[in-house]
Design a binder for this molecule. Sequence first.
Ligand code: AMO
Length: 443
Amino acid sequence: MQDMTGVVPVTSMPYSQFKNHVGEQVTIKGAIHNIRDMSDFAFIIVRTARELIQCVYSPEFSDYRLTDEVVEQCSAKITGKVVPSETRDGSERYELQISNIEILSTPAEIPPVVISKKQVTCDLSTNLDYRPVTLRNPKERAIFKIQEGIQRGFREFLTSQNFTEVHTPKINFAGAEGGTNVFKLDYFGKTVYLAQSPQLYKQALVPVYERVFEIGPVFRAEHHDTSRHLNEYISMDFEMGFIEDFTDIMNMETGALQYIMNLLKTEYAPEVELLKVDIPEVNTIPCIRFKDAKEMCIKKLKNITDMKDFEPEEEAFLFIFAKKQYNSDFLFVTHYLSAKRPFYTMDDPEDPEVTLSFDLLFRGLEITSGGQRIHDYNMQVEKMKKLGMNPEEFGTYLMLHKYGAPPHGGLGLGLERLTMHLLGFKNVRYATMFPRDINRVTP
Ligand code: AMO
């Protein structure tokens, strides 16, 4: 064998390069996505990693003759001459006049769902049942390219702001968020829990790195089948030390969202165009206190029963309010009731009934929770006792406070929820590559 050089040349010519090779023979590798055979010639659409490339077969172009081996979903190496193609709107496009097709692999069966049309038209459940196949549809795969852009933007922005990327354990000694939605696991005879969030660990890392972030899976044992809850989702978290107050966290999130939306516009333009994504302007994000927002909702909407949180119709109303009043798709709601926030949340010293916390609503859906944390040891132990928790069970978490932590805070942003509302989906599963919910653990 020859020595490894560390270089793997791209063997497929990207479509963006075609304009520099008009009249030349080039080679692309991809899957045969669609064949439209017109007896004396055929349009063969080739799906490469991010593009669909139109290739045209005619016996006039070369000695190559199309065979029955060329079927949809076979992998192939196609060689042809780059020529400008005729477009209805006169826009500049190119196609390949095929001079050879080398088959690299052949599918054993025809896919059970049609993926070569503009859109996958089967119902959601069937779409998810055949996910490895339906994801090949350009619109389906574009969803997750956009999702990649969101994560990438979050990562790039925070890295530029001196955050250190970390990975915390997903098998934990306790649930971090309280409530009943925690998965229990038998761990060599001991009961342990799947991480509901990286909360306890990201806080522990503040005295180490000052600013940390994590993008990773978290688990919630949601017992209901809703359009916005998953049992496993990707949480984009950060935590930062030496904050002046919790508005530092909200400012940092605003910066991250500005960066993400800009990145999508520039580097994800093909997917934004394909999915007709309505990218929100993020200039400044307005803030409203929970109490004021609640009063407004009660005045405008009838039958509000939950006084401690928002019901979906209140969130929808708050979106209309933010849009009308501030022309914003985002709205920070602050100072949630202490009774509704987890044990690590800092109460407002001026009014201990409320917390120094916030949610971010995007087009009427909660996509983020965050706030300032308790950093004082005695205060944290007291709060745990008040909530009926046993501080001894949280000994390793409390090392953070016991051995000194700066004022700090952070947030968690649900990746699938942000993707869902950015793309205008009614169900979070459309924005989840391989969803896990109460009825689904495959594929
Ligand atoms: P919270 O529990 O509010 O806060 O979760 C943060 C964000 O995660 C998303 N989310 C979900 N997405 C899909 N399916 C679910 N079942 C689900 N549950 C939550 C939402 C939500 O806003 N530790 C805190 C964050 C922090 O304070 O740093 C936490 O996890 O978008």
